[in-house]
Design a protein around this ligand. Structure first.
Ligand SMILES: [Zn+2]
Ligand SMILES: [Zn+2]
Length: 253
């Protein structure tokens, strides 16, 4: 087995708050430079750049997983990461059916759909930055229905996190993992948020600018950089496991 480095929360130029420089090709190149093996692209309420990111990743030897960061009606952000683009797009269709409003580029930013060579293909006109009308339970259930990894985003942050907005993590919500932001260590998070005990935890960059790609990552000890192996690592099955960064450096050899 080998230690893989995964940054599983990266926005592209399709997110209104994502920089124009966050093209699939630039993200793949920077991920490579930063020593990442696996990334997930998670734009706000959309996966339209995921296929391009996967193809760009192939050119740089990076495994890219298709995902999205869904905003529930409680304004809680949830990462939804899938094995295939088809499943991500099926989830996207469900999200789009429950996402009201139109984007105002001057107010929120541009939402650019690009191909793997950074050619502009389209502009998304939906209000991607907005909240869906879906409850947290509906989001989590649907992600699990499509066999996705369902991760509560940046649980330590004062905005759009499950703790800041609900105050606790309901026991019957079937999260695959929780994400602690790059701003604090896992130890600090455990001290601040006792609710996370017993959950697998990851950390990621939540990059909106190219210089942030790979600035935080989670070590995954596994046989191969595949979706199934990542799930095994989250669940601690078959000897696969999450290795946190403070210990990862030692194990990296
Ligand atoms: Zn978020
Ligand atoms: Zn994000």
């Amino acid at each position: 087995m080998k230690l893989y480095r995964a940054d599983m929360h990266i926005h592209t130029c399709l997110s209104p708050c994502g920089d124009w420089g966050m093209s699939p090709k630039a993200i793949a190149r920077k991920s490579r430079q930063m020593g990442m093996d696996i990334i997930a692209v998670c734009d706000h309420n959309t996966a339209e750049n995921a296929g391009s990111a996967i193809r760009a990743g192939q050119n740089y030897g990076i495994t890219v997983l298709p995902g999205m960061e869904i905003c529930s009606k409680e304004e809680v952000h949830v990462l939804a990461i899938f094995e295939t683009v088809d499943r991500a797009l099926a989830m996207q269709a469900f999200v789009y059916d429950h996402l009201p409003g139109k984007n105002s580029p001057n107010l929120w930013g541009d939402q650019i759909v690009v191909d793997e060579n950074d050619e502009v293909v389209d502009e998304n006109s939906r209000l991607l930055i907005g909240a869906t009308s879906l409850s947290l339970y509906e989001v989590v259930d649907k992600v699990n229905y499509f066999n996705g990894l369902c991760i509560a985003s940046h649980i330590d942050r004062p905005a759009f996190g499950i703790i800041s907005n609900l105050g606790f993590i309901p026991e019957d919500l079937r999260f695959s993992a929780l994400e602690v932001s790059w701003r604090i260590s896992m130890r600090e998070a455990a001290g601040l948020i006792p609710d996370i005990a017993g959950f697998p935890c990851i950390t990621s960059s939540d990059a909106h600018y190219i210089e942030d790609v790979g600035k935080a990552w989670t070590g995954l000890m596994m046989e191969a950089p595949t979706f199934t192996e990542i799930r095994n690592a989250f669940e601690g099955r078959l000897g696969r496991r999450i290795v946190h960064r403070d210990t990862a450096r030692k194990e990296d050899g």
